[in-house]
Design a protein around this ligand. Structure first.
Ligand SMILES: [Mg+2]
Length: 338
């Protein structure tokens, strides 16, 4: 096992950037992230600001895997990705879909606060009308309770659905919804997304019979090799998704999607287009419904142009120092202590 790179080595290559978003996400219009360059390439460390150091240490392990270990061997080199339709009124669906080229799979946001089931039904119907052959999945982000989920998915499934993502907030709730849908003869598969955040979660989801598939992100699970292992143990099909990363983080997501023994569903990795700017001249965006597997190199000009203000840079470097200490103490199966 390789030694954990020293803090000095990490600080030497660290860039903190603040990138403008096209749309508000988690209430922000700027996404801050710390990029590191190791002998194997660039890694991204971008736990959301409220995450504590212990949780953030998995994100650092993922960044260090990208830079200092490299990824497991790929089994495929084109990764299909889904388009996304936010909770817009049905009449705006054609305009949203027009931003994409070819769309074979589309995710539709449902259960938006302040809207009604009729809005969701109209939106889903509008997408089906525009894309008769596409795989359609809905994502409630845990926005329903059990009764609402069973009612809504009963109505929405008159349009053939690929699956429904996180209809209710908890693992127990997902298991309940899944049982009730089966009892009602409603043919909708359930995906766990928000319920899969830590490495023990996929196994809990599988044991509880809470989902037919899991949505996984590389950084919170501690890297590509670790995530592969976890998916394997859970024994459920996986959809690889992003944590709102730049192309550097998306590269790791593609590595996981490329290395999974089977990849039955399009991935949620088409999120670089949510950024108004990326840090590479060759952003990992979809072409014809898929992203071609390739390495990402950060551009010095863009790193400088989007460099975070001094106090934010100091905040991130400080965080890097603390989280490096946590990682040196705990390990995550990737490195030996240095
Ligand atoms: Mg989701």
């Amino acid at each position: 096992m390789p030694a954990l790179p020293s803090l000095e080595e990490l600080l030497d290559s660290a860039h903190v950037v603040s990138l403008p978003m096209r749309v508000k996400f988690r209430g922000i219009m700027e996404r801050e992230t710390l990029l590191l360059r190791g002998p194997f390439g660039w890694g991204e460390f971008c736990p959301f600001p409220e995450y504590d150091d212990d949780e953030s240490s998995r994100w650092l392990a993922a960044a260090l895997e990208a830079g200092w270990l490299g990824f497991p061997a790929p089994l495929r080199d084109r990764i299909p990705v889904n388009a996304t339709v936010p909770a817009v009124p049905a009449e705006r669906v054609p305009e949203v879909l027009a931003r994409y080229g070819r769309v074979d799979a589309v995710k539709i946001k449902v259960a938006e606060r302040g809207q009604e089931l009729a809005d969701d039904v109209a939106r889903v119907n509008a997408v089906r009308e525009a894309l008769p052959d596409a795989a359609i999945r809905v994502d409630a982000n845990g926005g329903w309770d059990t009764d609402q989920a069973v009612e809504a998915l009963g109505k929405l499934s008159t349009v053939e659905l690929e699956y429904a993502e996180q209809p209710v907030p908890t693992i127990d709730g997902l298991a309940k919804v899944r049982r009730r849908l089966a009892a009602a003869g409603t043919p909708v598969l359930i995906a766990a997304d928000e319920s899969v955040r830590k490495e023990e979660d996929p196994l809990r989801v599988a044991r509880a019979g809470a989902a037919d598939l899991i949505v996984v992100k590389v950084a919170p699970l501690g890297g590509v090799a670790r995530a592969l292992d976890i998916v394997n143990q859970a024994g459920l099909p996986a959809v690889v998704s992003s944590a709102l990363d730049t192309s550097v983080g998306i590269r790791a997501g593609l590595a996981l999607a490329a290395a999974l023994p089977s990849l039955p569903y399009a991935c949620g990795l088409g999120t670089v287009s949510l950024f108004a700017s990326d840090i590479t001249l060759d952003p990992l965006v979809a072409d014809d419904g898929a992203i071609q597997l390739r390495d990402t190199v950060a551009d010095p000009g863009l790193l400088e142009q989007y460099a975070a203000p001094g106090e934010r840079r100091d905040w991130w470097l400080d965080r890097l120092r603390r989280v490096h200490t946590v990682l040196a103490r705990n390990q995550h199966g990737l490195f030996t202590g240095s």
